[in-house]
Design a protein around this ligand. Structure first.
Ligand code: NAD
Length: 304
């Protein structure tokens, strides 16, 4: 029987992920609370549903969500007449949003009570990874649910990992993004230092890509323009992955760290730097725009 997929949240990530499922020949309907995002989905040839009430029925076999925060996931899954009230017990639920572990577990437990299989499956790899179906997908949930979801996840990602029980996908993702926030700041500091030292940034970038100072922000997503085509730094820091989202993930990391008494001084410092950046009105810029505040008066790149 062919799958009937519903995809909720077609923003920066959800849109290309849904497009990859359609490209693979899957029957898919998408929904977003933003009219602008629905229009973008229509432009990409996706079938959209404008009303949440009409989105899901007993024929729906898979629901995938790609939403900003835990409160959004909680809302769509647990509200009266939300996803859990509408789907049949053989529907598979996949929450790809990066959210706090406790909300992920709470939704998973409610699904479990109704005999519905659910996984948390946050992703890494950015918008380019979503477009190219090369995402890393970290799954939390029962092995059976992981195996059922794997063929669909493989249409959107390259590496699919089973991290453990429900919530573990988000645990792994939060650890990953704490590192990402720290290394984006580190890459910005190094490149801006090179600029102050009057060394050609392109040369320093090339060296770091091949030397021990390499990191994902250096090799794939450099925070300064003119180094790698197609990155947000070359597009006036249009996200991409917004600074607001990074701030959210660093908050999640620091909250978890506190709960389990982990020592994360750089994670805390990165949170302070991103929080200030967002408070100053930069939350909707790409997170690589943090290089602007690292650069201080050495910054001479155009940015709105
Ligand atoms: P986004 O803001 O571009 O997209 C989220 C979409 O969800 C928006 O279009 C919004 O209108 C929609 N939405 C919000 N509440 C909704 C609701 N109740 N019902 C339906 N739609 C709703 O965000 P994004 O960058 O696509 O990120 C989505 C998730 O993926 C986040 O949790 C983020 O942390 C994670 N993530 C993002 C990236 C990235 O590079 N952008 C990379 C990895 C993981």
């Amino acid at each position: 029987m062919s799958e009937n997929i519903v995809f909720i949240g077609v923003g920066n990530m959800g849109n290309p992920m849904a497009c990859n499922l359609k490209k693979a020949g899957k029957k898919i309907k998408v929904f977003d609370v933003s009219k602008e995002m629905l229009n973008k989905a229509i432009q990409k040839g996706l079938e959209v549903e404008e009303k949440f009430e009409d989105l899901i029925n007993s024929e729906t076999s898979i629901v995938i969500t790609m939403l900003p925060e835990g409160k959004n996931s909680k809302d769509v899954y647990l509200k009266p007449n939300g996803i859990l009230d509408k789907v049949s017990s053989d529907c598979l639920l996949i929450d790809c949003s990066t959210i706090d572990i406790s909300t992920s577990k709470e939704i998973g437990d409610e699904a479990n009570k109704k005999g519905i299989k659910m996984i948390d499956a946050p992703v890494s790899g950015g918008v380019m990874g979503a477009q190219n179906a090369t995402l890393n997908i970290m799954v939390g949930g029962a092995k059976e649910a992981f195996e059922k979801a794997s063929p669909i996840l493989k249409l959107m990602g390259k590496n699919i990992y089973h991290a453990g029980n429900i919530g573990s996908g988000n645990g792994a993702k939060i650890c990953n993004n704490m590192s990402l926030g720290i290394t984006m700041i580190a890459a910005s500091e190094s490149l801006m230092l090179a600029k102050r030292l009057n060394i050609d940034i392109k040369k320093v970038h090339e060296i770091m890509k091949n030397a021990s100072g390499n990191s994902w922000p250096i090799s794939v997503y450099p925070p300064l323009p003119g180094l790698i085509d197609g990155t947000p730094s070359n597009n006036n820091y249009k996200p991409g992955f917004s600074a607001g989202m990074m701030n959210k993930d660093l908050k999640l990391a620091n909250e978890c760290a506190e709960e389990v008494n982990a020592t994360t001084p750089l994670g805390k410092m990165a949170l302070d730097i991103y929080s200030k950046f967002c408070e100053d009105g930069n939350g909707t810029k790409d997170f690589s725009a943090i290089s602007k505040v690292i650069g201080g008066d050495a910054w001479d790149y155009p940015i709105d």
